[in-house]
Structures are given as structure tokens and as C-alpha cells.
Design a protein around this ligand. Structure first.
Ligand SMILES: *Cc1c(COP(=O)(O)O)cnc(C)c1O
Length: 217
């Protein structure tokens, strides 16, 4: 089975401290079940509806990650089901996550998506805005800011990609030095790296990679 072979190769190529989030979007329940049966516990979906569909069908212990743009009106459907939301990109979204978390007495772990590359097509907040963002978001008691996430734009140029990851690492480190100023900020996860660029991301300090195509090819 190639899923098992691909997973073995990926796991062998990343250090032990790096969490592999298997991105299961557009994959069948059967394919996803293979991944879980292999022993992968962290699964990522970029759409709420797909996460919900699979949530009830996949058997085994799974930690669901929401990695795609999240609309505020959909937060309520996933709030009790997600382990980590990687794609928090506005204060209004943080406020909605806070409100829904409060209702069910949960503290929800989130990552802030940062738009390092400044591509118009990418979601995420600007690097320059990050401290102001954290200052405001840290007032939300039922939200815990656990780290940062970014997506590098697709390019053949490895050094361009590396620059993006380097910049996010610097930012992550800078915030880490200031976490004592806040009650609910801890820089534990740096989510960067997908199928085409995860090796570079890991070299630049990523400890959470989101891989889809590379598993199911
Ligand atoms: C699809 C997706 C991935 C995985 O991409 P691959 O190139 O298939 O590995 C990672 N992160 C996000 C946010 C995605 O939407």
C-alpha cells in the first residue's frame, strides 16, 4: 500500500520533535482510515463541512486540526471537535472562538496565521500587526495562543521559500521572549511546511508540518 510507504518515508525524514499533521482534504474516508490505522493521530482539514463528515466516520483516536480559512458563522460547528485551529487570521474570528468556547466551557488552542509573503491571495495577518493582534487577542480567556502558522507561496526557488520560513521563525522567537507579558500566550507550535517545502521548513525551525499530497500520491 503506497499510503503506508509514503508515511514511512515522511516520518523517517523529519525529526522526532516535529508533529506530522496528515492533511486529508478531498480524500475518502477509506484512505483516511488507512492513515489512522497506520498510527497517525493528527489530521488536518481545511473545510468545516469535510471535517464534520469525517469526524463521525473515522474510527480511532484522532486530533482534528482546522488548517484552512474559517468563517465566523461556522465556528460553532467545530468548536467542540478541534484540537488546534491553525488559521486564525482576524480579531473578529478570535472573538467568535472565544464566545463559542465559553459556551461549552472549553479553552481552544489556536495558531495565528501570518501572511509573511504578502500575497494578496493568502489569508493571514501582517507581520507588522502581530504584537497589536496578540495584545488584543490575549484578553480572550477561553482562547490559548499556542504559536504561528504560515503558507509559503509556490515557487521553484528554494531560497525564496527559505526566506519566508526564516522570517516566521524570527517572529516566533521574538514573541516567545515576550510570552511572560500575557496569560494565554505560549509559543509551542510553529506550523510551516507542506509537501513541496517541508524539508526546508524543518531546517528553519518548524515543529509542525502539514502534509497532504505527499501521503496520498
Ligand atoms: C492542502 C493544505 C496543505 C497540504 O498541502 P500539500 O501540498 O497537499 O501537502 C497544508 N496546509 C494547508 C493550509 C492546506 O490547505
Amino acid at each position: 500500500m503506497s499510503i503506508e510507504k509514503n508515511l514511512t518515508e515522511i516520518i523517517n525524514s523529519i525529526p522526532e520533535n516535529v508533529t506530522l499533521v496528515a492533511v486529508t482534504k478531498k480524500r475518502t474516508v477509506e484512505e483516511v482510515q488507512h492513515v489512522v490505522d497506520f498510527g497517525i493521530t493528527d489530521l488536518g482539514e481545511n473545510r468545516v463541512q469535510e471535517l464534520l463528515d469525517k469526524y463521525y466516520k473515522i474510527e480511532g483516536k484522532v486530533r482534528w486540526h482546522l488548517i484552512g480559512h474559517l468563517q465566523r458563522n461556522k465556528v460553532k460547528y467545530i468548536i467542540d471537535k478541534v484540537h488546534l485551529i491553525h488559521s486564525v487570521d482576524s480579531l473578529r474570528l478570535v472573538e467568535e472562538i472565544e464566545a463559542q468556547s465559553k459556551k461549552i466551557n472549553k479553552t481552544t488552542d489556536i495558531l495565528i496565521q501570518v501572511n509573511i509573503s504578502k500575497e494578496d491571495s493568502k489569508f493571514g495577518i501582517d507581520e507588522e500587526e502581530i504584537f497589536r493582534f496578540i495584545d488584543t487577542a490575549s484578553a480572550c480567556k477561553n482562547v490559548s495562543i499556542k504559536g504561528l502558522m504560515t503558507m509559503a507561496p509556490y515557487t521553484e526557488n528554494v531560497e525564496e521559500t527559505r526566506e519566508i520560513f526564516k522570517k516566521l521563525y524570527v517572529l516566533y522567537d521574538k514573541i516567545k521572549e515576550n510570552t511572560h507579558l500575557y496569560n494565554n500566550v505560549s509559543m509551542e507550535y510553529l506550523s510551516m511546511g507542506m509537501t513541496n517545502d517541508y524539508s526546508i521548513a524543518v531546517q528553519e525551525g518548524s515543529n509542525m508540518v502539514r502534509i497532504g499530497t505527499g501521503i496520498f500520491k
